[in-house]
Design a protein around this ligand. Structure first.
Ligand code: NDP
Length: 297
């Protein structure tokens, strides 16, 4: 259960994710040993369109981690001028390919490609990011249906709260940011775990008046160090999703870590907090989708 003392304990996403990945590697070994000769091994395909440097780093990391745990993966890189029709054709091929169990389209896509159209084209049962409206709808409805994958970043944050035995039920959670990939699903997961949830965004008046009342603060904005100690209630649990690059090349989150950790009871660092949990959850989702495709989960 969360401490009410301001100790600034680090929520070590790197360590927790490594533990999860080690567990997954064991599961994959077992699945491999049990696999019938006519069954395909679990496979994740990552699609990258264009040459955005940050996206290149993220996609390489995802396929590398997959290989490290014994999960087959493939990175398909398409040039930045690929047409939307060609991306959709590739996804249709992957949807129909029985050897592929998880499809991830790296965001953002080039501006001439409609992101929604592409995300909606991924078959819900291979939608390892949980961004298809069917899967998002199931999250909203609270349905525990087959084939559902939860969006990786919010699900990873819920896992880290669980790992540290941080109480959610009855707590007031304030989520800053309402994107479909982080803020909104995170608010929904916290609500499902019986928190009282406030969802803030760029039009929220007096943001600090909300965050100062929060037992749990999730910052998913994309603005370096915007959440400062004065915006936090002593003892708050702080989850920092932001990945921002400073002019000197260093990475920082949306939370001013040095000041916030003197007030928070628990806090995620950047890097080493939410990011590694996102990748571990992606691997978990792929293995789950594979098992579900076999009717084993
Ligand atoms: P988006 O840009 O899609 O959403 C940002 C949200 O922040 C919007 O809802 C926006 O409000 C809100 N916002 C902007 N300015 C303010 C403000 N001044 N006060 C309050 N709210 C504000 O970003 P994402 O959700 O995709 O990502 C957020 C951050 O998290 C980024 O830094 C991204 O790189 C990082 N990220 C990290 C991941 C990880 O694994 N660690 C995974 C995914 C993202 P409005 O809707 O009104 O515009």
């Amino acid at each position: 259960m969360a401490s009410t003392q301001a100790t600034g304990q680090i929520l070590d996403g790197k360590a927790v994710s490594q533990q999860r990945l080690a567990e997954l590697a064991t599961v994959l070994q077992r699945l491999s040993a049990e696999r019938a000769t006519d069954e395909h091994p679990p496979k994740l395909v990552v699609v990258l369109v264009g040459d955005d440097p940050a996206s290149q780093v993220y996609t390489r990391r995802k396929t590398t981690v997959a290989q490290e745990i014994g999960l087959e993966s493939e990175l398909i890189t398409l040039p930045g001028n690929t047409t939307e029709a060609d991306v959709l054709a590739l996804i249709a091929t992957l949807n129909a390919d029985a050897t592929v169990h998880g499809i991830l389209v790296q965001l953002p896509l080039p501006r001439h490609i409609n992101q929604q159209t592409v995300l909606h084209s991924v078959a819900p049962h291979k939608d390892v990011d949980g961004f298809h409206p069917y899967n998002l709808g199931c999250l909203l409805a609270g349905d525990d249906i087959p084939y559902q994958a939860l969006p990786c970043t919010p699900a990873g944050m819920m896992s880290i709260l669980k790992h540290y035995d941080i109480e959610i039920a009855g707590q007031h959670a304030v989520v800053i940011g309402r994107s479909t990939i982080v803020g909104k699903p995170m608010a929904q997961l916290l609500l499902a775990a019986n928190a009282t949830v406030t969802l803030c965004h760029s039009r929220t008046a007096n943001l600090a008046s909300h965050t100062q009342q929060a037992d749990i603060v999730v910052a998913a904005v994309g603005q370096p160090n915007m959440v400062t100690a004065s915006m936090l209630k002593p003892g708050a649990v702080v989850l920092d999703v932001g990945i921002n690059r400073l002019p000197d090349g260093r990475l920082c989150g949306d939370v001013d870590f040095d000041s916030a950790k003197t007030v928070a009871s628990y806090i995620t660092p950047v890097p080493g907090g939410v990011g590694p949990m996102t990748i571990a959850t992606l691997m978990e989702n792929t293995v789950n989708l594979y098992q579900r495709s076999l009717g084993k989960k």
